[in-house]
Design a protein around this ligand. Structure first.
Ligand code: ATP
Length: 756
C-alpha cells in the first residue's frame, strides 16, 4: 500500500487545484517561507480526519478555505483528496463500512469543509461518516494521533509531551491504539450497563409493590375460583338431586291426588246413593198404617163380638132361666152341663184366651190365664156334663127361639173370630216385614257410616296431601331461585346439572346440608369480591412477565458486565504485553539511533506508573458492589506512562530540559525513527524536522531517512540541502503572482535556489 497523491482545491493558500504525486519512497517539498509547504502537510492531516483546529492552524472551518487573492477569487469550500494504492486490497472496514465497496485498485479519501464549518467525508466519491474514514485508515495502521505526521516546530513534541501523552503516542505508533479504543469502548459499555442495571433495578423496585399487590389479588381470585369450583361441584349434585326430587315428588303427589280424588268421588257417589236410599227408608214403620188399619178392623170386629157376647149372655140368661124352670120341675139327680152351657163355657174360655193373646204384657197375660183357670175350676165343681132329662124343654118355643138365637150368635161370633184371626195374621205378617225392614236399614246405616269414615280418612289424607303439595311448591320456588342464582355464579352449565336425574331415594336432610354448604360458599365468594378476576390474572401475568423479563435483563446485564470485565482484563493484558514488547523493541532501536546521532551515549524508554486523577463517573461503578472492585480501583488509581532517559556522551546531563535545541531535535528524531522502524507506518511526513541540525547531523539524518524509506514512504518538507539530496522527487512551492501557492516539480540543482 502506498500513498499515491494528494489533491488540494481551495485549501488554505492553494486557491487553484494542485496535485502532489508521491511516486517514490522519498518525496521532498521545498520552497521559500510562507509559500504554502506546511499547508500541504496540513492538507494531509485534514483529509485523514484531523479534528483539532489547532493542529490545522485555524480557529474554524473558514480558516481552511482559500480566502481569495488579487488574482483568484475566494473559494466557498476547501477540498482535499488523498489517493492510496490498493492493488493488494489491504484496506478494509473493521466495523460498518456502510456498504462502500473497497474492491478497487485505488482508494480515494476525500474531505470538504464549508464556511459554516460543516464537513463532508467521502471514500471513493461516496459520502461517508468521519468514523468510516477513521475505521478505514485504522485498517492500514494510520492512526488518528498523527504520530506519523510531524509538523513544523513539532519535532520535539514527543519530548515535551507528558509521560501519559508519550505513552499514547507510542501505543498509537505500535498499533496498540486499537486495544485502547476497545478498552475505552468496553468501559463505556460497562458504565452504560451499570446505568442500565440501575434503571432496570429501579423499574423492578417500582413494580414490586404492584406485583405484590396483584399477587395477593390473584390469591384471592384463585381462592374464589377454587370456591367457585367447589360450589360448582356442590351444585352439580344438589341441582340434579333437587330436580329429581321435585320431579319424583310432583309425580308421587299427583298420583296420590288422583287416586285420593277418585277414591273420594267413588265414596261420595256411594254415600250419596246410600243416603238417598236410607233417606227414603227414614219413614219408620212403613207398615204402621196398614197394621193400624187391620187393628181397627179387629177392633170393630171385637166390639161387634162383644156386642154379640153380651147378646149371647142375655140369651143364655134367658135359656138358663128357662132351663132353671125346667130343672125345678124335674128332679135332677145330677147336675149335668147342658150343651148350651158347654158351648157358652167354651165360648167364654175361647174369648178369654183370645183376649189374652192380644195382651202383650206378661202380668196381664198371667192374670187372664188365672181367670181362665178359675172358670175351668168352676166348671169342674158345679157342673157335670150329662144327659138332660128329657123334659121336653125342646118343645118350649122361647127356648127353641133362644137356642136358635144363641146358635146364630155363636155362628156369628165364630165368623167374627175367623175374620179376626185373618187380620191378626195379616198384622203379624206386617210386623214381621217391618222388623225385617228395620234390620236392613240398620245394616245400610252401618255401611254408610263405614263409607263416611273412609271418606273422612280420604279428606284428611287430601288435607295432608295439600300440605305436602304446598311444601313441594315452596321447595320448587326455592329451587327456581337457586337455579337463577347458580346461573349467575356458574353459568349456563347449570342447566345440564339441573337436568341430570338420580336413582334411588333423595334424602332431604342431606340436600339441606348441601344447601347450607352452598350458602356458606356463596357468602365467602361474595366476600372475596365479584367479577371473574380475569383482568387481575391478566394484569398479574403481564406484570410478572415484565418482572421476570427485567430480572432476566439484570442477569443478562450482570453477565455482560462480567464479560466486559473479562474482555477489559484480556485487552489490558494484551496491551500490556504488546506494549512492553513494543517498548523493548523501540528501546533497542532508540539506543542504536541515539548513539549514532550523538556518537555515543545512550537513551531508553522506561515504563512509569503514576497516580491517576480519579474520574467522577467511577463512583457509580462502585455503587453496585461489583466484584473485584479493589482491583479495578487500583487499575483506575494508577496509569502507565513513558519516560525518556538520555545519557549524552561526555556529559552528565540526564534531564531532557537541559538539552540544547539541536540535542532535543536529535533525540526526538532518534526516538521517532526508532518507533517507525519497529512498526513502520505506511508513510511518514516530516515538516522541517531537520531545521535545527548542523551539517554533520544532517548527514546522519539523511542516512536514517534512507534507511527508514525502506519501510515507510517519506514526505519531507525541508530547507536542508542534505535532506533534499536524499529525495528522488522534489516539489517546489511558490507563491504565484496571482497570490496563491503554486506547485512544480524541480531538480535537485534548482532546489537549493528554490528553497530560498
Ligand atoms: P515556512 O517555510 O516559513 O514555514 P511555509 O511554506 O510552510 O513557510 P505555510 O505556513 O505553508 O508556509 O503557508 C503560510 C501561507 O499560507 C501564508 O502566507 C498565509 O497567508 C497563507 N494562508 C494561510 N491560510 C490561508 C487561507 N485560508 N487563504 C489564503 N492564504 C492562506
Amino acid at each position: 500500500m502506498t500513498l499515491k497523491s494528494i489533491e488540494l482545491t481551495g485549501f488554505k493558500s492553494f486557491g487553484r487545484k494542485s496535485v502532489v504525486d508521491f511516486t517514490t519512497s522519498i518525496t521532498s517539498i521545498v520552497g521559500p517561507n510562507g509559500s504554502g509547504k506546511s499547508n500541504i502537510v496540513e492538507a494531509i492531516r485534514f483529509v485523514l480526519g484531523e479534528q483539532s483546529m489547532k493542529s490545522l492552524r485555524g480557529k474554524g472551518g473558514v480558516d481552511l478555505i482559500f480566502k481569495g487573492s488579487k488574482g483568484i477569487s475566494s473559494s466557498s469550500r476547501a477540498q482535499v483528496l488523498i489517493t492510496f494504492d490498493n492493488k493488494d486490497k489491504i484496506f478494509s472496514f473493521t466495523n460498518s463500512g456502510l456498504g462502500v465497496s473497497l474492491d478497487y485498485d485505488e482508494i480515494i479519501i476525500g474531505r470538504e469543509v464549508f464556511a459554516d464549518g460543516s464537513n463532508k467525508y467521502s471514500i471513493n466519491r461516496t459520502e461517508v461518516r468521519l468514523k468510516d474514514v477513521v475505521d478505514l485508515l485504522a485498517s492500514v495502521n494510520i492512526g488518528s494521533s498523527g504520530h506519523h505526521i510531524i509538523s513544523q516546530g513539532e519535532a520535539d513534541r514527543v519530548l515535551n509531551a507528558s509521560n501519559k501523552e508519550r505513552r499514547g503516542m507510542i501505543e498509537d505508533a505500535l498499533g496498540l491504539k486499537v486495544y485502547q479504543f476497545r478498552i475505552k469502548e468496553s468501559e463505556r459499555k460497562l458504565e452504560k450497563t451499570f446505568l442500565n442495571i440501575k434503571e432496570v433495578q429501579a423499574l423492578r423496585r417500582e413494580i414490586a409493590p404492584h406485583l405484590a399487590f396483584l399477587k395477593k389479588q390473584v390469591q384471592v381470585v384463585e381462592k374464589a375460583r377454587e370456591m367457585r369450583e367447589e360450589l360448582r361441584n356442590f351444585y352439580k349434585t344438589y341441582l340434579g338431586k333437587e330436580g329429581t326430587y321435585i320431579e319424583n315428588e310432583s309425580k308421587r303427589l299427583g298420583d296420590l291426588r288422583k287416586s285420593l280424588e277418585s277414591k273420594g268421588s267413588a265414596l261420595d257417589s256411594k254415600i250419596g246413593e246410600l243416603q238417598k236410599q236410607n233417606g227414603e227408608n227414614q219413614h219408620e214403620n212403613i207398615f204402621a198404617g196398614e197394621i193400624k188399619e187391620n187393628e181397627n178392623k179387629i177392633s170393630v170386629l171385637r166390639s161387634d163380638k162383644n156386642e154379640l157376647v153380651r147378646k149371647l149372655g142375655r140369651i143364655e140368661g134367658i135359656i138358663e132361666g128357662i132351663e132353671h124352670q125346667f130343672s125345678k120341675v124335674k128332679e135332677v139327680k145330677n147336675k149335668v152341663i147342658s150343651e148350651v152351657e158347654w158351648k157358652t163355657f167354651i165360648l167364654d174360655i175361647s174369648t178369654r184366651i183370645d183376649e189374652a193373646i192380644k195382651i202383650e204384657d206378661l202380668p196381664n197375660i198371667v192374670e187372664a190365664l188365672k181367670n181362665i183357670k178359675i172358670k175351668l175350676g168352676e166348671l169342674y165343681e158345679n157342673k157335670e156334663v150329662g144327659e138332660q132329662e128329657n123334659t121336653k124343654i125342646e118343645d118350649n118355643a122361647e127356648y127353641k127361639e133362644m137356642v136358635e138365637a144363641q146358635n146364630g150368635i155363636l155362628n156369628e161370633i165364630e165368623k167374627i173370630q175367623q175374620e179376626e184371626k185373618k187380620y191378626l195374621d195379616i198384622i203379624s205378617n206386617l210386623k214381621q216385614k217391618e222388623a225385617e225392614s228395620m234390620a236392613s236399614f240398620r245394616d245400610s246405616e252401618r255401611v254408610l257410616y263405614e263409607l263416611l269414615r273412609e271418606k273422612n280418612e280420604v279428606t284428611s289424607e287430601i288435607h295432608s296431601l295439600k300440605f305436602e303439595e304446598e311444601k313441594l311448591s315452596l321447595i320448587k320456588n326455592a329451587f327456581e331461585m337457586e337455579l337463577a342464582e347458580a346461573g349467575v355464579m356458574i353459568g349456563r352449565e347449570i342447566i345440564s346439572f339441573a337436568q341430570e336425574r338420580f336413582e334411588g331415594e333423595i334424602v332431604r336432610s342431606s340436600q339441606e346440608e348441601i344447601r347450607r354448604k352452598i350458602e356458606r360458599i356463596k357468602i365467602k365468594i361474595e366476600d372475596a369480591g365479584s367479577g371473574s378476576g380475569n383482568d387481575v390474572m391478566k394484569e398479574f401475568q403481564e406484570t410478572e412477565d415484565r418482572d421476570a423479563f427485567l430480572a432476566k435483563e439484570i442477569d443478562d446485564l450482570n453477565k455482560s458486565i462480567k464479560d466486559c470485565h473479562i474482555l477489559i482484563q484480556e485487552l489490558k493484558e494484551k496491551l500490556d504485553t504488546e506494549f512492553k514488547v513494543g517498548v523493548e523493541k523501540i528501546n533497542k532501536q532508540f539506543q542504536e539511533f541515539f548513539a549514532l546521532m550523538f556518537g555515543g551515549g545512550g537513551a531508553f524508554l522506561a515504563i512509569t506508573m503514576e497516580h491517576k486523577k480519579p474520574k467522577k463517573n467511577d463512583e457509580s461503578i462502585e455503587d453496585e458492589g461489583e466484584e473485584g472492585e479493589d482491583e479495578e480501583e487500583n487499575e483506575i488509581g494508577f496509569e502507565r506512562g513513558i519516560e525518556i532517559n538520555v545519557n549524552l556522551p561526555h556529559k552528565k546531563v540526564k534531564d531532557l530540559h537541559m538539552l540544547s535545541g539541536g540535542e532535543r531535535s536529535l533525540t526526538s528524531i532518534a526516538l521517532l525513527f526508532s518507533i517507525s522502524q519497529v512498526n513502520p507506518p505506511p508513510f511518514l511526513v516530516l515538516d522541517e524536522t531537520d531545521a535545527a541540525l548542523d551539517e554533520a547531523n544532517s548527514r546522519k539524518y539523511g542516512n536514517m531517512l534512507e534507511n527508514l524509506s525502506k519501510f515507510s514512504q517519506l514526505i519531507v518538507v525541508t530547507h536542508n540541502r542534505e535532506t533534499m539530496s536524499r529525495a528522488q522527487v522534489l516539489y517546489g512551492v511558490t507563491m504565484s503572482s496571482e497570490g496563491a501557492s503554486k506547485l512544480l516539480s524541480i531538480h535537485l540543482e534548482d532546489a537549493t535556489a528554490y528553497a530560498k
